[in-house]
Design a protein around this ligand. Structure first.
Ligand SMILES: Nc1ncnc2c1ncn2[C@@H]1O[C@H](COP(=O)(O)OP(=O)(O)OP(=O)(O)O)[C@@H](O)[C@H]1O
Length: 834
């Protein structure tokens, strides 16, 4: 119950606050501030580091209205939802307490402030729902209007999608929140906020109803998704959450697309991360942003930037579609002048996808509209460059619509460099609207009249420092310093006395004031009207502009592939359907670009089902084994994206899935030891790989004792190449030289090794992959290079000699190492390693 002594405004506050969920902070508009009270104030002042004050025992804090964006951003990033409560009537004319209402609620998945959003990254709000045995996902980017659904095969694919699209927020039905599979999902890495929503909003009947009503259709057949009830459940709930609970405008969400997992090569979370597709593993590589995305990203537009990320993380697996992209890229690499002109035009196209969303949701400012005009101006040229080009480019050209009347409208209506804020005036171009021009003239003349008036009054009165000034209380007035008061004529009416001056008005001055003010006020109001009309006419073409944006994004990524191919010396891969992989002089796309890297040595690779199905790569530490096997995976992925590849020549068989098992990392947070992680990843590969998969194994079994490790590695390798249902193309880098014996008995296994040049105690890495097994590991030489103390190196050499003579004991421990070798020096006796 509200306190009886509470002001009507506080009572209004409480009524509004009561309607909101606990985890939401209420920004309550009071004049030029958003104020927060009670617990909201405590939480916000903690997060924002602003002062918490008290009035009548009520804790409160506030942020200025005009700079609220930055504060909002920080609160939302801290995982807090913010309800914006505005004054919905003019305080000047309000009777009693000004009416207020919550106009929108902002959450991490629905923040639109452009300062917050990365141009080249989507900001998704995800919906997740399980219906019977099917998983449904929906992704909505409120900033672009992009909305799509998918039914991933299993919970692992759900996880992969979450890490791929990194939604800022994910809604789940309350009853499914704690189900074992959903509670196992990891959202920390992507910093995704999990929000529970009411179950009924996900149920088929209600979800379908939301969708039908939103898209204003009788059936969802036209979107090709009517049977996807799990995904539609997620999509319906996302719509309801945004529209009803967060009170957001979704007018710009005009269609829903379906993603079919079968159209894409499967790249799970581990593989995307192991291959550093978009995020570097090693923090010191961060300085170079050593990722494939970064090496490939020379996109000209924000649409292209966002799409490239998607293409990198979701390569295709359909031969025809991949070839279509390669054809387009080739056309551009063969005609560099053409590529340059295309990219020049792309460079002049702003983020029309986000601009149209903002313009459509009325937050669009004059600069947004102007940027839209400038961008749309490029469409006819862009279209003419694409049409008649054959390939995918022609199809994309057909999807672009020129909007000459909109371009002309914006050009004639909006000035070249408008202010951000419409209220500042000066947005509409002179000559566009006669009435506006007249009002502006009146205002200008009024200002001139004032200047003349000041001059003539100075002359009439003889007061040299007489000033005509303006403030909010009196409007225009004449100010005369105390020393000159005696010279003031009789017709001046005194309004205010200051310490050093007197302020006056005259009837003439007041009459002009009305004219100036009237004209100024009316001209700003008229500008708003005209601007809103321009905005409305642009928004009439929202869907066309969204389609243009989609096509432009694709043209940009294809042109980027061509640009990178030329800059980095990539070639077109030839795709085949028989699983063969044949690479001549392949390179690692990222390692070769590292600023401090040595000259990259290219290498060949052959993989097929008959003789080269499993390649075992041995060689010293640091020789380049990991780089080599990853480079094959990266070349394969780049080819499937539709891009060219770092190789002199490459034939790439279509791959359904790339698996990687590399390095050793603990996942202690989830209670999994190094060895456990390694085995779980291996199990995933053995259970899911198909003859069309590509597997990259960088050591298996190293996290346990030598004998156990060799046994596991051996049997994994055997499983992969003996099992007819499997026979996936595999690259297996290992230090277990015993595995090279497999090639003696299995004709589909081949040994390769990395060449090194040995000179005395030191070695030089040649980085060349050659047929045959390595004869030794050179681990001790590498340890020397790493700077281990000489004493340790010498002792290691002794132990190695003993081991080579005596092999291992029953427990896998080196038997002879227990003996004190005769060469052991006194000063390192404490270093008895075993
Ligand atoms: N072909 C190459 N050309 C030039 N430099 C290379 C090449 N391959 C690898 N390198 C460089 O050698 C370094 C070591 O390579 P990598 O990590 O692949 O070795 P490794 O044999 O897997 O070692 P370990 O067995 O210790 O894991 C890389 O960081 C890279 O900079």
């Amino acid at each position: 119950m509200a306190d009886k002594k509470e002001t009507p405004m506080m009572q209004q506050y409480r009524t509004i606050r009561r309607e909101l969920p606990e985890d939401t902070i209420l920004f309550f508009r009071l004049g030029d501030f958003y104020e927060m009270f009670f617990d909201d104030a405590k939480t916000a002042s903690d997060i924002l580091g602003i002062t918490l004050t008290k009035r009548h025992n009520t804790p409160m804090c506030g942020v200025p209205y005009h700079s609220a964006g930055g504060y909002l951003e920080r609160l939302v990033k801290a995982g807090v939802k913010v309800a914006i409560c505005e004054q919905i009537e003019d305080p000047a004319t309000a009777k009693g307490v000004v009416k207020r209402d919550v106009t929108r609620i902002i959450t991490p998945g629905t923040i639109l402030d452009e300062v917050t959003l990365e141009g080249n990254q989507n900001n998704f709000l995800a919906g997740l729902y399980k219906e019977k045995n099917r998983y449904g996902m929906a992704m909505l980017d409120l900033s672009t209007g992009e909305f799509w659904i998918e039914e991933p095969e299993d919970v692992l694919s759900v996880q992969s999608n979450l890490s791929r699209y990194a939604p800022a927020e994910c809604i789940v039905a309350e009853e499914q929140m704690d189900t074992p599979e959903f509670s196992e999902l990891t959202l920390e890495a992507t910093n995704t906020l999990l929000t529970a929503c009411e179950d009924w909003t996900f149920e088929t009947a209600s979800a379908n109803d939301f969708l039908l009503r939103h898209f204003n259709v009788h059936s969802l057949e036209g979107f090709g998704c009517s049977a996807m009830s799990a995904a539609l459940g997620a999509a319906g709930a996302v719509l309801y959450y945004c529209k009803t609970e967060l009170r957001r405008n979704l007018d710009h969400v005009r269609t829903i697309r379906v993603k079919n997992p079968a159209d894409y090569m499967l790249l799970d979370e581990t593989t995307a991360s192991n291959l550093e597709l978009v995020v570097p593993i090693n923090s010191n590589r961060q300085a170079y942003k050593a990722t494939l995305l970064n090496v490939l990203d020379s996109t000209c537009t924000a649409m292209g930037g966002r799409l490239l990320r998607e293409w990198v993380l979701r390569p295709l697996n359909n031969l025809e579609q991949i070839n279509a992209r390669h054809d387009a890229v080739e056309l551009m690499t063969n005609n560099q002048t053409y590529l340059r002109s295309l990219r020049d035009i792309l460079g002049d196209i702003k983020d029309i996808e986000r601009l149209i969303s903002r313009i459509g949701s009325t937050t669009g400012n004059p600069r947004d509209v102007r940027a839209m005009g400038v961008s749309l101006q490029q469409m006819p040229l862009m279209k003419s460059l694409l049409i008649n080009k054959g390939t995918m480019l022609e199809i994309l050209g057909e999807q672009i619509t020129s909007l000459p009347e909109i371009v002309a409208l914006i050009e004639s209506a909006i000035v070249d460099e408008p202010p951000i804020n419409l209220k500042d005036g000066g947005v509409i171009r002179e000559g566009y609207h006669p009435e506006l021009d007249e009002l502006r003239d009146a205002a200008t003349q009024g200002r001139k009249w004032l200047a003349d008036f000041q001059a003539s009054e100075m002359e009439r009165t003889g007061i040299k420092n007489l000033k005509v000034r303006h403030n909010k209380v009196f409007g225009y007035y004449i100010e005369v310093s105390k020393a000159n008061v005696a010279l003031v004529p009789e017709d001046y009416i005194r309004k205010q006395t200051l310490v050093n001056a007197e302020r006056y008005i005259t009837p003439e001055l007041k009459e002009y004031e009305n004219k100036i003010f009237g004209a100024q006020e009316r001209s700003v109001a008229l500008e708003q009207e005209i601007f809103n009309e321009v905005r409305r006419r642009v928004v009439d073409h929202l869907e066309t502009i969204q389609k243009n944006a989609l096509a432009i994004g694709q043209v940009d990524v294809l042109a980027t592939f061509a640009d990178r191919a030329l800059a980095n010396n990539y070639t077109r891969p030839l795709m085949n359907d028989d699983g063969r992989l044949d690479i001549k002089d392949g390179r690692h796309a990222v390692v070769e670009q590292m600023p401090d890297a040595e000259r990259f040595v290219p290498n060949d690779t052959r993989l097929d089902r008959e003789t080269h199905q499993l390649i075992i790569i041995t060689g010293p530490n640091m020789a380049g084994k990991s780089t080599y096997i990853r480079q094959v995976a990266l070349i394969t992925i780049m080819a499937h994206m539709g891009g060219f590849v770092p190789a002199a020549k490459a034939e790439i068989g279509i791959v359904d899935r790339v698996f990687t098992r590399v390095g050793a990392s603990d996942d202690l947070a989830r209670g999994r030891s190094t060895f456990m992680v390694e085995m779980q990843e291996t199990a995933n590969i053995l259970n899911n790989a198909t003859p069309k998969s590509l597997i990259v194994l960088d050591e298996i079994g190293r996290g346990t004792s030598t004998f156990d490790g060799i046994s596991i590695a051996w049997s994994v390798a055997e499983f992969l190449c003996k099992n007819e249902d499997m026979k996936a193309k595999t690259l297996f880098a290992t230090h277990y030289h015993e595995l090279t014996d497999l090639a003696l008995t299995l004709q589909n296994v081949q040994n390769f090794s990395v060449l090194v040049k040995e000179k005395g105690d030191s070695i030089t890495f040649l980085r060349k992959i050659v047929p045959g097994a390595a004869d030794k590991s050179y681990g001790i030489q590498v340890a020397r290079l790493a700077g281990l103390p000489n004493a340790v190196i010498e002792r290691a050499n002794d132990i190695l000699t003993n081991l080579e003579e005596g092999e291992l004991g029953d427990t896998g421990q080196p038997k002879l190492a227990r003996k004190r070798p005769h060469k052991l020096k006194a000063n390192i006796s404490q270093l008895d390693l075993f």
